[in-house]
Design a protein around this ligand. Sequence first.
Ligand code: NAD
Length: 423
Amino acid sequence: MSTTSSAYNPYDNVLKIIDNAAAILGYCKSDVEVLKHPERDLKVSVPVRMDDGTVKVFEGYRVQHSTVRGPAKGGVRFHPAVNNDEVKALAAWMTFKCAVVNIPYGGGKGGIICDPSTLSEKELRTITRRYTAAISPLIGPDQDIPAPDVGSNPTVMGWMMDTYSMLKGHCVPGVVTGKPIEVGGALGRGEATGRGVMFTVKNILAKLDMKVEDTPVAIQGMGNVGGVSAKLLYEEGFKVVAVSDVSGAIYNENGLNIPAITAYLAESRKHLLSGYEEEGITRISNEDLLELNVPLLIPAALENQINKDNADRIKAKVIVEAANGPVAAEADEILDAKGVIVVPDILANAGGVVVSYFEWVQNIQSVSWTEPEVNAKLKNIMDNSFEAVWNIAKENNVSLRIGAYLIAIDRVVRAQSARGIWP
Ligand code: NAD
């Protein structure tokens, strides 16, 4: 399964939703035209001498969708299916995500076409350093601040921070977030996206009068976001009946032993669920996981997982989008007609960028906050943002996704209008 099929273009989804939200807000074409074009779109070649002595050239991107509300902000994806339109869409989603939770950032994203699972640590480090050097004219604490995404992690962010600092001749911790704690990473950042997902799940359940004990959950993806979501929901008393990774899914209607699964996956970066053993589990496919008869489904892997081909087979009552773009626009319409409630990515997975913002604030002020402080500030922002999205969706009788975009697009358009079009 790839992140994008040739027929699916996530950037088309972005353009469509901008038009939908703008129409409801009463904005004209000119008001939102700027939002349809990324400010900068850089393509780079990353030559690397591999361990076997050959030279390979990897293709990479860094897109800044908007810097109207602040520096661009967004992760770097290491995945074989990365492409320019995907990075453009991910960058735009970052603009809207930062606007929904009202943090002073625009949106950016990066990606390198590679498969980290086939690379040695030295090869991964060399790709990271050379890519960072290639995009270094665009990034910086005041310009554009990368962070981890699919296939990257705090170690990779440490290498990016070091490379940028070496090029500048002094230590620049604020150039990336999601770094190791030792070099200025924020306490709580590693779990922040999953923690935000957990807060979001609890918020939507409260609105729908659903009880934790009656809400078994299936989670697609057991990486940073899915793995932490599973762990925290399990700790909150949820029965997690299915989880998956790129190797497939495991299912137990009585609930999985999430601490054991998490420990197994953490033991080695080569560990996959296909090698995990637990009494009572059934092995199913990622596709089957999405179609399980569970009230709550959390796609936490890649985009376009729920699309026009499988949307009518989805049985969940609530979908919380922990991944970016897991429900395609056409699927949204089908799910809406079936009464399925989708909590959109730009709200549900915003916990990561919120704590990245906290990390950046601490870096540029040379201060440090405790983990309970970070988690409490995160909860406050996630709860308030959820409430605002819920209320505007009810007022306008629209989906939570459209509600979130009404808030986001209004904030970006107002900022654009306050600044004017230069010159
Ligand atoms: P990750 O690399 O840590 O984990 C990705 C997970 O998805 C792994 O379990 C992997 O095996 C699985 N996976 C990969 N390909 C798959 C496939 N074809 N089918 C099923 N599963 C597959 O990545 P992550 O950081 O957890 O990111 C997951 C999603 O969350 C992405 O959409 C990312 O953009 C989004 N996101 C991440 C963050 C963050 O802080 N890391 C923040 C917001 C949103």
